[in-house]
Design a protein around this ligand. Structure first.
Ligand code: SIN
Length: 505
């Protein structure tokens, strides 16, 4: 009885804490209106740190998705012809409001994704940088005039917006993965329907509230919320409806393949940012202390739950012991596990139990095959069921699942190598090709690695590549298309060729 009362009081405190979040919304956003599901069904969004219910949101289904696509298609008729200057102005206003509301947005990110508040603030700054960048880029999406091979004829290449974009985003960056896509597509003159992750729709809804305040016209930015139960049927409509011109997805390679298949039925354009399996390579000439600090960033950002996160540590035999010792010291000094709202915490919970199961399985299997955990290696039960310890594994073989699979958790797996040729072979022996990291002071080696690594992105002496300015994306099974930079906006355009002839007669 006493326990029950304590539970009730605790719930009241937590729910009142959520009630104070003024950007917390419990309705979806379609055609400029706050909307329920047609079925009236809702589902709960829980804080992964303690499973408290933050809010209940509409559990929308395929028919709700269809309504949102129709709204986006209607809005496209006008939005596509607004001037680039006007689109830029609106995006800038949205950016300003997001900047002003950084703290509120960050609190929502921490509540629904579990990441430490300081990291959430970083994510909002990162996400805002895309709105700012695309407010500028909107006015620089240019075509070409090409000298023609014929007299008195002119070749015009113009860029036209592709139409409605279905935007499907993950839980690991609930804000930045939306602004990176939506900023780009709005700049290009497209409209969209966003389906945020089932686990983290609240930041997306807060972004919709700020978009409305910024004057984004109705129907351009729609957010539909849906539980896992309806995700597949909603995804199907988002990929197959004839009004949709492009499917932009960030998430697992497995889901990306399904969406690519669905998109193929309508010969739809896709922009896919999928899983990685990033090598983190350290050569003897590297500044090892610097490499270690960068390794902490590359591995423990969002507690290892990032597609660009370092997954396979390949350390030259001459510096292996030094690196491993430095990593162990840094993990024990800097990785503080706990709820993201607690002062000093640097590593939050994993997003859900499925994620805990995946990480535990990979680590346990590696240990059973001879790997050794120098630190960590299990769930810290006294904190909750999703707090996985920051882990350092040695005696790892490149053939182990913890090395061949994307772990998506706080696990550093180290393998020793002897030659450049050998390390290139190991690093490239994967179907993934997103990010890679190399630490060397040898200029020739830096260039060779940059050329020969089969990855869309190579960080030389740096563990964090992401920004609005460069083109972010992968090759092989890590994706198709680029995000950020001017190329990110061009993904949402079609190049049209017009031949101007007979005008001199
Ligand atoms: C991701 O993990 O999906 C994206 C990370 C980033 O943008 O840096």
């Amino acid at each position: 009885m006493v326990l029950l009362r304590v539970g009730i009081i605790k719930n009241l405190i937590t729910s009142s804490q959520y009630r104070q979040m003024h950007l917390l919304k419990n309705l979806a956003y379609v055609n400029g209106e706050w909307a329920k599901a047609g079925s009236n069904v809702v589902y709960s969004i829980k804080n992964p740190a303690d499973d408290s219910v933050i809010a209940e949101v509409p559990d929308m289904d395929a028919s709700d998705a269809k309504c949102a696509i129709d709204a986006a298609a209607n809005a496209f008729v006008t939005w596509r012809w607004t001037t680039a200057k006007e689109r830029s102005r609106i995006l800038r206003k949205w950016y300003d409001l997001c900047e002003q509301n950084t703290e509120e947005l960050a609190k929502l990110v921490t509540a629904e994704s579990g990441k430490p508040l300081a990291e959430s603030r970083g994510e909002i700054a990162y996400g805002n940088s895309f709105l700012e960048w695309y407010a500028d880029t909107a006015r620089h999406i240019n075509g070409e005039i090409i000298p023609s091979p014929w007299p008195n004829k002119h070749i015009l290449m113009t860029r036209q917006p592709i139409g409605v974009v279905s935007v499907i985003t993950p839980w690991n960056f609930p804000f930045a993965m939306i602004t990176r896509k939506v900023g780009a597509l709005m700049a290009a003159g497209c409209t969209c329907v966003v389906k945020p992750s089932e686990d983290t729709p609240l930041t997306a809804l807060a972004a919709a509230e700020l978009a409305e305040q910024a004057g984004v016209p109705k129907g351009i930015f729609n957010v539909i919320t849906t539980s896992r139960k309806n995700a597949a049927s909603v995804g199907k409509v988002l990929c197959e409806d004839h009004a949709v011109g492009c499917i932009s997805f960030t998430g697992s390679t497995q889901v990306g393949k399904i969406l690519y298949g669905l998109a193929a039925n309508g010969i739809k354009k896709v922009a896919l940012e999928l899983g990685g399996n990033a090598p983190f390579i350290v050569f003897p000439s590297a500044d090892i202390e610097h490499a270690l600090d960068q390794a902490m960033l590359a591995k423990f950002r969002n507690n290892g739950q990032a597609c660009v996160g370092a997954n396979r540590f390949l350390i030259h035999e001459d510096v292996y012991d030094k690196f491993v010792k430095g990593m162990k010291d840094r993990i024990s000094d800097r990785c503080v596990l706990g709820p993201g709202t607690k002062e000093g915490v640097t590593c939050g919970p994993l997003i859900n139990l499925n994620q805990v199961k995946n990480v535990s399985k990979l680590v346990d299997e590696a240990i059973s095959q001879g790997a050794k955990a120098l630190i960590g290696g299990k769930v810290r039960k006294e904190l909750g069921d999703k707090f996985y310890e920051s882990t350092l594994l040695v005696n790892v073989k490149p053939s182990m699942s913890v090395f061949t699979n994307e772990v998506f958790g706080p696990v550093v797996s180290c393998v020793k190598f002897s030659t450049e040729e050998e390390v290139l072979k190991i690093a490239n022996s994967t179907r993934s090709g997103l990010a890679s990291y190399v630490f060397t002071k040898d200029l020739g080696q830096a260039f060779r690695m940059s050329t020969k690594l089969e990855f869309g992105m190579v960080g030389i002496n740096d563990g964090l590549l992401s920004a609005a300015e460069p083109a972010f994306g992968g090759i092989k099974e890590s994706g198709i298309g680029r995000e950020g930079s001017k190329h990110g906006a061009e993904e949402y355009t079609e190049l049209k060729y017009t031949l101007m002839s007979g005008l001199d007669k």
